[in-house]
Design a protein around this ligand. Structure first.
Ligand SMILES: Nc1ncnc2c1ncn2[C@@H]1O[C@H](COP(=O)(O)OP(=O)(O)OP(=O)(O)O)[C@@H](O)[C@H]1O
Length: 179
């Protein structure tokens, strides 16, 4: 099944070995079965996902395959959440925010957040006859504590995840309006 009617989709991304891992002669322990969306761990433990991104998949390809259709469906009234899950050093920040080898990040290395922002604002720019309001919050959850990354001086004690009677969750946060 494709499209917004599928509630949860899982993509797995294999990251390349880091220079220091190559230096220590670490070996890749997964194989990607091309075209089958499957990963094989070790000799024969195969796992199937909705998408498999290999160590050669670019940021652009990862975004256009996985996130672009979701942002598009948001403009049709659907809700979408994208989150990265994985052990430390597995590539969550690289995928969600972006990154490279230096402090300056090139457009090619942009991750999901800058690409989604770009897509949102170019879609808005194309739709002259609709008024949009864009709200942004940026929160870090670390060791069960919340930190508002937009209002850094906000104490984590002031932030709580709340659920209303309809099951909608939200936080006691100031939202920034982006223009
Ligand atoms: N697909 C990729 N291609 C090239 N380099 C990558 C890729 N994924 C991750 N890396 C590199 O691997 C290192 C670890 O990645 P990253 O910092 O994103 O991990 P993380 O899961 O966010 O870790 P932590 O949970 O510790 O914050 C970084 O140097 C990053 O640039």
């Amino acid at each position: 099944m494709q499209g917004p009617e599928v509630p949860v989709r899982v993509a797995v991304r294999v990251r390349p070995l880091l220079p220091r891992e190559r230096l220590h002669n670490h070996q890749v322990c997964v194989r990607v079965i091309p075209g089958a969306n499957q990963l094989v761990l070790g000799k024969d433990r195969a796992f199937t996902f909705d998408h498999v991104l290999t160590s050669k998949t670019s940021q652009d390809e990862a975004y256009s395959k996985i996130v672009e259709p979701l942002v598009h469906s948001c403009f049709e009234g659907y809700n979408a959440t994208v989150f990265a899950y994985g052990q430390t050093g597995s590539g969550k920040t690289y995928t969600i925010v972006g990154g490279g080898n230096t402090d300056t990040i090139t457009e090619e290395e942009y991750g999901i957040i800058p690409r989604a922002i770009k897509q949102i604002f170019s879609t808005i720019a194309e739709n002259h006859n609709v008024d949009y309001t864009v709200l942004v919050s940026y929160i870090e959850v670390y060791m069960e504590e919340l930190r508002d990354l937009i209002e850094l001086e906000t104490s984590s004690k002031d932030l709580h995840i709340r659920e209303d009677e309809n099951g909608n969750t939200g936080m006691g946060l100031k939202l920034k309006i982006m223009k």
